[in-house]
Design a protein around this ligand. Structure first.
Ligand code: F0G
Length: 458
């Protein structure tokens, strides 16, 4: 398909205000050359995240009018619970207001000193929740995940050898759960194959361990399985999702991604004793177990979104739209992370700006250029986000990849918008030699990319 065709028409529109290049030069300077500090109204195309930025359907909006705001036993909770159970198949469903609360409830209950939580790659909030509960977070993805040129179809796969060695080294008693993130966001939105899910499950259960999915983008993962794993070509997305989850014991979910809503999440588990412990905490921090920090209308929107995300025409468009942007760029020679993942295109900033060393933040320099050139907001995933002082030697260590993530919100932008983004990037690429590195003026010690103030080098 040359141009992905939107499988929807537009009923409500949201105005985008244009800014001139001169205005953007002022705005970014005032923002300390950090796109997190720019008011969203001054952004033309916002690709900061695909989380909580989806456009809801008329079906979801009309469901919101049927919100039952009873404190206990809202009818929307039952619809939500039954929908989650139908797709995921676990016994208990615990609503939360977003994904990281589900993580917090889980790891504050099962984690602790001396325990290890392996994952293909932990997302930042998952890692933070594991570590703040004194467990050790380990990334055991296959090595191919770290090679931006490698075209492996399932670059999110768990490395079973590394997992087996971990179990032998620390013992199964010190591994409260094995996690699997589908798709693997921090590795570029790359899918995990059904075969790898099955084998990870076998290994995990052979040692008496539990497998829990970080399921934010499960439908995109299921679509890739259908496309790339021959045995699944004729199965429905629902059947593929049900099979994926049948190999596990539970899941955390940020509904802000593949439930097509602006807020929501849940934890779903088979273990009744663990569910009781978690539910007691839920009441303290989120609310009664039939609403968990959400309004009844939000639960209805999640239930309806979870059904819509399984529609194949939607997923085909979704994955094709991201691939289309990638294709426009690769045809013009712009280096990107390969293969393109489910929710984002990752620009290879080291490949685009080889003259800017890591200590001058090539990814951030590119992020600033994207804003100046087209009012486009991406996010740096490189040395601004991840470089840190080695605790023993005091030397700075830099990440292997310098990237800029362009995350595509679901059902928000059209193919025309993607073309606009591609053209802006291609113009930047053509004058890449002129682009200068950046320096930090002020920044906190941790999570500095959110608040750092910077300036371009002369
Ligand atoms: N797990 C994964 C894989 C995620 O990508 C995210 C959020 C979370 C958990 C946490 O969910 O935001 O609802 O609390 N990712 C967003 C992003 C923020 O931009 O990639 P949350």
């Amino acid at each position: 398909m040359k141009y992905p065709l939107e499988p929807f028409k537009i009923k409500v529109v949201e105005r985008i205000r244009h800014t001139t290049r001169e205005e953007r030069e002022e705005i970014i300077k005032e923002a300390g050359y950090n796109v997190f500090n720019i008011p969203a109204e001054k952004i033309h195309i916002d690709l900061l995240t695909d989380s909580g930025t989806s456009a809801m359907s008329d079906n979801q909006w009309s469901g919101m009018m049927l919100g039952d705001e009873s404190y206990a036993g809202s009818r929307n909770f039952y619809n939500f619970r039954d929908t989650v159970k139908d797709i995921f198949g676990y016994q208990h469903v615990i609503p939360t207001h977003q994904g990281r609360v589900a993580e917090n409830l889980l790891f504050s209950t099962i984690g602790g000193p001396g325990t290890y939580i392996p994952n293909n790659i932990h997302f930042d909030t998952t890692r933070a929740n594991v570590q703040s509960n004194h467990s050790i977070a380990l990334d055991l993805v296959i090595d191919e995940a770290y090679d931006p040129e490698c075209d492996h179809p399932f670059k999110g796969n768990m490395d079973l050898d590394k997992l087996e060695k971990l179990v032998q080294r620390v013992g199964p008693d010190n591994i409260p759960v094995v996690m699997l993130t589908i798709t693997n966001n921090s590795g570029g939105g790359q899918p995990v194959s059904m075969q790898n899910i099955r084998e990870t499950s076998e290994l995990t259960h052979r040692h008496g361990l539990k497998l829990v999915f970080d399921a934010c983008r499960f439908a995109e993962n299921a679509y890739f399985i259908k496309q790339r794993e021959a045995a699944y070509a004729d199965k429905t997305i629902l059947a593929i999702a049900q099979e994926m989850f049948s190999y596990g014991d539970g899941a955390t979910m940020s509904a802000k991604k593949d439930a097509l809503v602006n807020i929501g999440g849940f934890l779903t588990l088979n273990d009744s004793a663990l569910t009781r412990q978690v539910t007691n905490k839920l009441i303290m921090i989120e609310g009664f177990p039939t609403y968990g920090g959400l309004a009844g209308r939000d639960l209805e929107a999640v239930a309806r979104g979870l059904r819509e995300v399984l529609e194949e025409e939607y997923l085909e468009f979704r994955v094709e739209q991201v691939a289309y942007l990638a294709r426009c760029l690769t045809e013009a020679g712009v280096p990107i992370l390969k293969p393109v993942g489910g929710h984002a295109v990752y620009l290879n900033a080291r490949g685009i700006l080889p003259h800017i060393p890591s200590e001058q933040f090539p990814g951030q320099a590119l992020t600033v250029e994207l804003y100046l050139e087209g009012g486009i907001r991406g996010v740096e995933i490189g040395s601004l986000m991840f470089a840190q002082k080695d605790q023993e030697t005091g030397k700075m260590t830099y990440p292997e990849l310098e990237m800029v993530r362009l995350a595509i919100p679901r059902r928000v932008y059209t193919t025309g918008h993607m073309r606009y983004v591609a053209e802006a990037i291609i113009r930047i690429y053509q004058r890449r030699g002129e682009i200068k590195g950046m320096e930090i003026l002020e920044a906190p010690e941790v999570l500095r990319h959110f608040t750092a103030r910077m300036k371009p080098l002369d």
